[in-house]
Ligand binder design. Structure first.
Ligand code: PDD
Length: 281
């Protein structure tokens, strides 16, 4: 396996970044994850556009042209022989002596790309059965719309979920409303049969998979209520699921141990997963 690091492809086991990199010291960087399907990146433009938005919001220089970056992403996938899996890109504000203010403007951003295969049999088995979710307080900062590598609160939430035997953590604000998953967007089909997901004016990441699902919903004439829902709404829901690159559409069959619907992936969830995967193929 290889990783791309600042202009060269290095053996994955040795690929490294300087100790004074601002990504390491301050989480001063952004990232993107694309699903790779049959060797191709899913929702390519959406992720690329969001990357530029994240960089712009943090005033990190754009490290290279979209064309060059695309070439690096494709080459990393190719060299790692990934047919189905993910490709990960991280850009930080670069390497400079540790000091909180931005380094001098001539400091080049650091860019790394990795790619690995993901077992489709395993994820298909999880999707067929559905997974458990637990709720956790959302203790993150006020700019969760930016895809930064500052993910400590997300890591702690996910770990808490795993320690309780769940796959994902849904984070909950002070009003008892679900914000999003630790690395996914949260959706339900509520007790009235309405498909719901939180709007992105609030403090959450505007998921690219979420947007893709919204486009599919519109073309299928399924109605969407883009509004926050509470933990209680979720526990009473007919169906629940979450979306992200890699997870696609993942059915949720329990929340905090409360069975959702009949404890199996619901019909709308299953339909959306199929539609999404067919479109990506
Ligand atoms: N996570 N919300 C959060 C907090 C996320 O980290 C992610 C993605 C999403 C879904 O976004 P998208 O559909 O664009 O993947 C929502 C990636 C996969 C990760 O951190 O690995």
């Amino acid at each position: 396996r290889v990783a791309y690091v600042n202009g060269t492809y290095q053996p994955h086991g040795e690929a490294s970044i300087h100790v004074e990199d601002r990504g390491f010291q301050f989480a001063d960087g952004v990232y993107e994850v694309w699903s790779v399907f049959n060797g191709r990146m899913a929702d390519f433009d959406g992720h690329m556009t969001r990357l530029h938005r994240s960089l712009n919001e943090l005033r990190i220089d754009i490290p290279m042209s979209v064309e060059s970056l695309t070439r690096v992403l494709k080459e990393t996938i190719r060299r790692n022989r990934v047919k189905n899996g993910i490709v990960y890109l991280q850009v930080t504000r670069g390497t400079a002596r540790r000091d909180h203010p931005f380094p001098s403007p001539d400091t080049p951003p650091s860019v790394i790309v990795t790619s690995r295969s993901v077992s489709t049999t395993r994820s298909e088995a999880q999707a067929a059965k559905g997974v458990a979710v637990v709720t956790q307080p959302d203790i993150r900062w006020g700019r969760c719309d930016i895809k930064t590598v500052g993910l400590l609160a997300n890591v702690l939430a996910k770990q808490a979920a795993r320690e309780r035997g769940a796959y994902e953590a849904w984070m909950v604000d002070e009003m008892g409303l679900v914000t999003e998953g630790s690395s996914t967007n949260a959706w339900i089909v509520d007790k009235h049969g309405r498909l719901r997901t939180r709007d992105t004016q609030a403090n959450i990441l505007k998921g690219i998979t979420r947007t893709a699902i919204m486009d599919l919903i519109a073309s299928e004439n399924i109605e969407l209520d883009e509004r926050p829902f509470s933990v209680d709404d979720a526990k009473e829901a007919r169906e629940a699921f979450f979306t992200a690159a890699g997870a696609f559409v993942m059915p949720t069959i329990s929340i905090d141990g409360v069975k959702i619907g009949d404890g199996k992936p619901g019909p709308i969830t299953t339909k959306l997963r199929t539609l999404y995967l067919d479109r990506a193929k």
